[in-house]
Design a protein. Structure first.
Length: 258
């Protein structure tokens, strides 16, 4: 099975920088992101409405690179988790994880026995249609699959210590917009309640040896997050990066013309 370079890196105490894709479901987007230096890419199913067929194409075209393809599923359900892993995703991001039981369901759905209950299919996309020893494939897949639980509700923060204690959850990722909404302070990331929630998540990560993750809206924000000890950073997303670059260029040309 293919080594998960991002999981290895963050487990060794280093930091990994990647990005998100929401809009451009093309055969080139994964390779473009990889060439730009992204170490991972989260392909989003939660907010895009993308079908499993779209995700299958994105996994197939991205696996030709060294970048690690991850998928954010719409809900913590077996049929989402196991299917996208069989398509070649090397990790799962689960939204709105609010309990240890939900985190354990993520693990059980993603891992082969004896660690979980993922159904066995080999010689397919996730093992690059290859042969080989099945026991070694199972061991490798269980070791390399990256599991990210998003903490983005009041209930998630309240139960974050129990969630972080679940074995085989690798990353606790703060969903900042949803968390601020749940706290009743939409978009107020400087609010004391939001800052306190972030501190609780970071404390749980430190206590249980999990990696904290966050999406950076821009470079200054990303630097601040790194200084806060976040070690898995998703730098913005395809539509916002494109829009910002286009806005800057168009504005500069308009100003020159004027």
């Amino acid at each position: 099975m293919r080594p998960n370079l991002v999981k290895t890196k963050i487990q060794q105490g280093a930091t990994s920088i990647g990005t998100f894709v929401f809009e451009f479901n093309t055969t080139g987007i994964g390779r473009i992101a990889a060439e730009a230096g992204a170490e991972f890419c989260v392909f989003d199913m939660e907010h895009t409405g993308w079908s499993v067929e779209t995700v299958r194409m994105l996994m197939a075209t991205t696996r030709s690179t060294q970048m690690v393809p991850l998928v954010r599923i719409p809900a913590t359900e077996y049929h989402f988790i196991a299917r996208v892993l069989d398509m070649g995703a090397m990790g799962i991001m689960a939204p709105m994880v609010e309990s240890a039981e939900q985190a354990a369901r993520l693990v059980a759905s993603a891992k082969y026995p004896p660690q979980g209950r993922r159904g066995a299919a080999f010689g397919v996309a996730h093992d690059d249609y290859s042969g080989g020893d099945l026991t070694e494939k199972i061991t490798s897949a269980n070791r390399e699959t990256l599991l990210i639980a998003q903490i983005e509700t009041v209930a998630g923060v309240r139960n974050v210590d129990a969630i972080a204690a679940v074995p085989d959850i690798d990353v606790l990722w703060i969903g900042h917009f949803d968390l601020s909404n749940s706290l009743g302070i939409p978009g107020q990331f400087a609010h004391p309640d939001f800052k306190d929630a972030v501190k609780q998540v970071l404390a749980a990560c430190k206590k249980h040896g999990k990696v904290p993750g966050f999406m950076a809206s821009d470079v200054p924000n990303g630097k601040a997050l790194l200084d806060q000890s976040f070690r898995m950073i998703g730098y913005s997303g395809d539509l916002w990066i494109y829009q910002a670059a286009l806005r800057e260029g168009v504005a500069a040309l308009k100003q020159h013309r004027a």
